[in-house]
Design a protein around this ligand. Sequence first.
Ligand code: ADP
Ligand code: MG
Length: 380
Amino acid sequence: MESLGILGGGQLGRFFTISAQKMGYSVIVFDPDDKSPAGKIANKHICKPYDDLDALDELKDSCRSVTTEFENIPAETLRYLEKHIIVRPSSETVSIAQNRIKEKDFLKRCGMPVGNYVVIDTIESINNLDSNKVLIFPGILKTAKFGYDGKGQINVNNKVELEAAFIAFNSVPCTLELKLDLDGEFSVVLARSIDGQFIAYPVIQNHHEVGILDVSFVSGIDSEGEQSTCIPLAKKVANELNYIGVMAVEFFMSQGNLFVNEIAPRPHNSGHFSIDACVYNQFDQQVLTLTGNKPRNEEMQFPKSAMLNILGDLWFREGRLIEPKFEMISGPGVILHLYGKNEPRKGRKMGHITVLGLGGETGKEILQRVEELRKILWEN
Ligand code: ADP
Ligand code: MG
């Protein structure tokens, strides 16, 4: 049985493992956490740090190709593996996506609309900042590396707050971005094969709460014209990167203008609807493109779908640890996914619920259903 490797053993790695095993592959998960959700179901779990060369040798000797589930894997780890086996996406691509400065510069270079930003890497760069010339306040200071789910971000309204935030981040390189007045957020999840074959799922509408994805909705219908604008932009980004694998591009809509926010070189939380709504989900596409195959049909079997994230916060109601009553989550088209994480923590993604439109429902009705389910979880 051919083996596939994945660096990172969180929920994205777990869904990849399920897809790969379904297609007959054996999966080796590489993750330093001995309780990782993917490690628990993998055929083999190499539980070592990402810079452990002996462990990486073990991985390269036991599989032909490797992918990643998150962009914070050290690019050097991918570079090392790339010398011996197939690594998709490439270390080059991951090194761009894991550094906001490189990422913004890249997006600008390939002609993407990006919001105002400047690089803040020294106190001088703050002193030299001429906020009369660049509209940058109110802004968000974001660490260039290791940010996710809104972590590594501080809102700043002026230079004094900016300096304090920069120092709070130990003066690591950052981007300072203009905080946009958001009318909406969207994402495109796409897959691209080695010969440039491309598919994209319908544009996903996203709602975040304090920097973390809360609800996603897919109608598959181009009511606002996002399909025709976002998908070609996402395709251009993938082509410019000569991307092989699954990728997500996040967009902001602000005062009628569309901006590219960031790219994720992997399946994306907002693409989880595809697990239940599509014949081939985003993790199937990850396996297909990793193994040199074409991506497959991205069509939705269910025309409308919404997803509600379940965060660890749900366990901490009324100031004590309460196990949620997941048995109450049921109904036609309602599907609960739990990731098998050992310990709930605030802000930690523990699972999600998909609500499928089985026919005839309006988007509003599906989103109302999501809110009813949220209420059931929080009030019981
Ligand atoms: P992460 O890597 O944590 O996903 P993002 O840059 O995507 O970082 O930020 C997370 C969320 O914070 C976004 O989805 C959006 O809701 C909000 N946000 C980030 N940057 C901006 C901005 N420049 N203007 C307005 N909202 C923003
Ligand atoms: Mg984001």
